[in-house]
Ligand binder design. Structure first.
Ligand code: FES
Length: 143
């Protein structure tokens, strides 16, 4: 298994303190395409098993993708805000009082798949992304 390699996969902070910055930034070249146009193909729909998450890089961000038992798709940022670890795709998908949720595999907080809000602390919210299926391929909208 590659659990250790996975933990090192996303260092939580940059180690090079003095990042060279262009003194004359050119706003004409945005880092991201305009919102709404940036869709990233992630995987074929049949690769997504109900109640399981997968992880993908979308515009450089780790995104956890979930398929619920009733065949709905959700995408959340993969980082668990309580532990700062990129682990939510390995969480357990379930249903709390009719709300589809994922439980973090670390400290077990639950996040609503639709809104990203933590059920244990509504001040804590994980970013969510739009998901669509095009010709059998799951796509996630960019940040
Ligand atoms: S854990 Fe980094 S992209 Fe999946």
């Amino acid at each position: 298994m590659t659990a250790q390699a996975d933990a090192r996969h996303h260092p939580s902070g940059s180690t090079d303190g003095a990042e060279a910055k262009d003194p004359h930034p050119t706003p004409a070249t945005p880092a991201h395409p305009p919102s709404g146009t940036g869709w990233t193909a992630v995987c074929p729909l049949e690769k997504l098993q109900p109640e399981r998450g997968v992880c993908a890089l979308v515009e450089g961000e780790p995104v956890a993708l979930f398929r619920t038992r009733d065949d709905r798709l959700f995408a959340l940022h993969n980082v668990d805000p309580f532990s700062a670890a990129s682990v939510l795709s390995r969480g357990i998908v379930g249903d709390l009082g009719g709300t589809p949720v994922v439980a973090s595999p670390l400290y077990k907080q639950h996040f609503a798949l639709e809104s990203g809000v933590a059920l244990e602390d509504s001040d804590v919210v994980v970013a969510t992304y739009p998901v669509r299926v095009v010709n059998g391929t799951v796509e996630v909208g960019g940040p």
